[in-house]
Write a protein that binds this ligand. Sequence first.
Ligand code: ASP
Ligand code: MG
Length: 438
Amino acid sequence: MTMNGPVVLKFGGAALSEPARVVERVRAARGEGAGVVVVASARAGITDLLAEVLARPGDEPLRRRALARLESSHRGLPEQGTTHLARTARLLGRIERDYPADRPLGDRLLSQGERLSATWLAGRLRHAGIPAVAVEADHLGLMTDNSYGASSILLGPSQRNVRRGLQPILRSGRVPVVTGFFGRSQEGRVAVLGRGGSDYSATAIGAALRARRVELVKRDVAIFTADPKRVPDARPIRWLTYEEAEELAQFGARVLHPLSIEPARHAGVQIVVRSLGRGGTTTTIGPANGHRPIRAITSRSPLKLFHLRVAAGGERPGVAAEVTERLAAAGVNLVTLFTSASMLSVVVEPAASASTLRALAPMTGEPGAGRLERPRPVALVAAIGRGVTGDVLRRAHRILRGAEGVVASPRSISMVIPLHRERDVVRGLHRTLVRRRG
Ligand code: ASP
Ligand code: MG
């Protein structure tokens, strides 16, 4: 089914470092005649920088450096952008005093990266003769829940607002350049969608407008059967079903935001992941169309594994809930959790190690309570595709030796392995499960 709506083009931070190619893509899509909506991420490194400021709210030199960097990476800002810079300077000034007590203030600061890049990009497009206007997603009414730091889009209320806000711009022949990554919470504050969230903004906007497709344009990341840097004979994947893409996003190292598939599936909108480099490789994500089920190997690293030995058993009711609640309250993003009779294990990003230790410490120490082991460096390697678990058990069980934990489902099997074995495991799985299958 093809839709009559516009083409939605989302540009990642790295892609924006090649403005000439971005302009070329927008122009080509406009040539299709159905209108174009652009969704912009922050420029490369900017969200990391703002997140660093939030991690060290007392660091005044860091704040000054951040502001200088924001200025230098958005040269040639139109007037509206200058206002955003001044606002960012004021926000930075408030961080030391009001953050983290005022959690949404952090989201507001993070959102400035996208506000700056959207106005910057709209300026570049106008300069190239394309009538573009910057649109801020919170003003547009992209509505989210109140889970600051990693909120979810409320598709129903957003749909109405997105249509009402963008359709008049499209009808007048202009290109709205919408900020990715954040929306407006139920309390009317800025709420970000979690790292890599601009993909999710783009698919939600595409669903609301019944887009003919949503293109996620990356600089040189494409969807392969494995990371080509680790596995030289990995191949690009041309077609994925929504379900396969969801599995990949769940385990893939940030190629797609995990929540970004659902809005597209719901509205039946196709997603195209396009790489500006890599010869313009594309992967199309859509409904099942009879193509052969895919196989892919993903890996996420480096990660930290914490084992919590629990006297009364890792599977005791309530233990896992207590762990996940404590981690959520500490703002720790849990990569995976598994339990055994005596142990509960959690995997987190290295940057969250200290908060994980602090959050779980109260569960240890007292007689009869748990004991927390020193965290170990690990990778989370997953094999994805229907029937893959059976194949691993039949043909690649030796690879499981030395795994710290394994979680299997009908469409994927993921394993936590010591970091130093990552490359061998990824290659071994690719050889046995992907290549040999032909
Ligand atoms: N700028 C945000 C991030 O880096 C959102 C995105 O890039 O999609 O996480
Ligand atoms: Mg980014």
